[in-house]
Design a protein around this ligand. Structure first.
Ligand code: NAD
Ligand code: TYD
Length: 337
């Protein structure tokens, strides 16, 4: 199998490239990534020279580049992960989310249609379903009701991908996963941000009352789900992934402080995120039954391992939180207290 994997230099993509190379010996992966602030070539630097891996720096919105790649590589399948992925940035500057997540997805769908592939896996998020009240779970039949520019752009791309199945019979499979955690996550997302701040004795900014709920899944469990969806998913179908690990934000922040060995006095409640979704929770019964998939990691154990990874790999995140990120941090948190 020759796979086009977009966004392979990001958090989920880089973990997925490693998983594929380790567990699918006959596969070759071409990673198309623009290396935005969120993409880091260092994540996969040790793979240079590996004949089963090729890195192409490029923008998924560049139709000519994408068409050339499809023409030359004759891909069997696409795993599409490249995206702008952070809700807070989509509130500060929405346009690039529409460009990359909507336009970029359409460029890839069009190339896949022109050149033909056996599967087009579109990797999406549970955030397209909007926010839940205190009870209930998102199923694949939950109506789309996105609330942020990020989730609206992802919902748009899901609909485009499914439209290419219905209209052109492109064998599209859509996955929607809950919040991921694990190694190589950019420290702007809740868990790595809290770890990096705790380690440096900086305030831990908690939005609102800290009682928003997210449903956490380890990035490797998500990666295994994506492989199962690619290999066993039915075209035109949507599969939810989650690990039934709902936690209040504040409880995660307190757990991180405990694991790092820092006091709760570092917690700083700040102004709430605009339009902040209250609760996400996933029903992954369909993926479990139809794909034979199940999560393997237990949240508290895997969070402890994640904290350990960030403590041991401090140079990795210290390098990437300089420069552009410092400017973002000041804009996002400077005026929030
Ligand atoms: P990330 O921000 O860590 O990585 C995104 C990658 O895409 C980066 O390497 C970046 O350089 C690349 N990229 C961005 N714009 C590009 C463009 N125009 N052309 C080519 N490459 C581009 O994101 P992530 O957390 O790894 O998420 C990957 C995918 O999974 C996204 O589609 C996201 O919506 C989805 N997802 C994420 C989560 C989560 O909890 N992180 C949960 C469910 C779904
Ligand atoms: P995030 O990691 O941005 O993921 P998403 O918004 O896509 O679910 O945020 C997870 C939760 O943590 C969300 O409810 C917002 C909250 N949060 C904070 O309280 N403080 C922060 O500094 C960040 C980044 C997030």
């Amino acid at each position: 199998m020759n796979i086009l994997l977009t966004g392979g230099s990001g958090f989920i993509g880089s973990n997925l490239v490693r998983l594929i190379l380790a567990e699918r010996p006959g596969w070759r992966v071409v990673n198309l990534d623009k290396l935005t602030y969120a993409g880091n070539a260092e994540n996969l630097a040790d793979l240079s020279g590996n004949s089963r891996y090729r890195f192409v720096r490029g923008d998924i919105c560049n139709g000519e580049l994408v068409a050339d790649l499809f023409r030359n590589e004759r891909f069997d399948a696409v795993m599409h992960l490249a995206a702008e992925s952070h809700v807070d940035r989509s509130i500060l500057a929405p346009s690039i989310f529409i460009e990359t997540n909507v336009r970029g997805t359409q460029v890839l769908l069009e190339a896949a249609r022109e050149f033909g592939v056996k599967r087009f896996l579109h990797v999406s998020t549970d955030e397209v379903y909007g926010s839940l009240g205190p009870t209930g779970l998102f199923t694949e039949r939950t109506p789309l009701d996105p609330s942020s520019p990020y989730s609206a752009s992802k919902a748009s791309s899901d609909l485009l991908a499914l439209a290419y199945f219905h209209t052109f019979k492109l064998p599209v499979v859509v996955t929607r996963c809950s919040n991921n955690y694990g190694p190589y996550q950019f420290p702007e997302k809740l868990i790595p941000l809290m770890i990096a701040n705790a380690v440096r004795d900086l305030p831990l900014p908690v939005y609102g009352d800290g009682m928003n709920v997210r449903d956490w899944i380890h990035v490797e469990d998500h990666g295994r789900g994506l492989l199962a969806a690619l290999e066993l998913g039915e075209p035109g179908q949507v599969y939810n992934f989650g690990a039934s690990s709902e936690r209040h934000n504040i409880d995660i922040v307190k757990l991180v402080l405990k694991l790092v060995g820092k006091p709760e006095s570092l917690i700083q409640y700040v102004k709430d995120r605009l339009g902040h979704d209250r609760r996400y929770a996933i029903d992954s019964t369909k993926a479990q039954q139809k794909l034979g998939w199940a999560p393997r990691h237990i949240f508290e154990d895997a969070l402890a391992a994640t904290v350990e990874w960030y403590v041991e790999n401090r140079p990795w995140w210290e390098r990437i939180i300089s420069g552009e990120y410092l400017k973002y941090y000041e804009k996002q948190y400077g005026a929030r207290k």
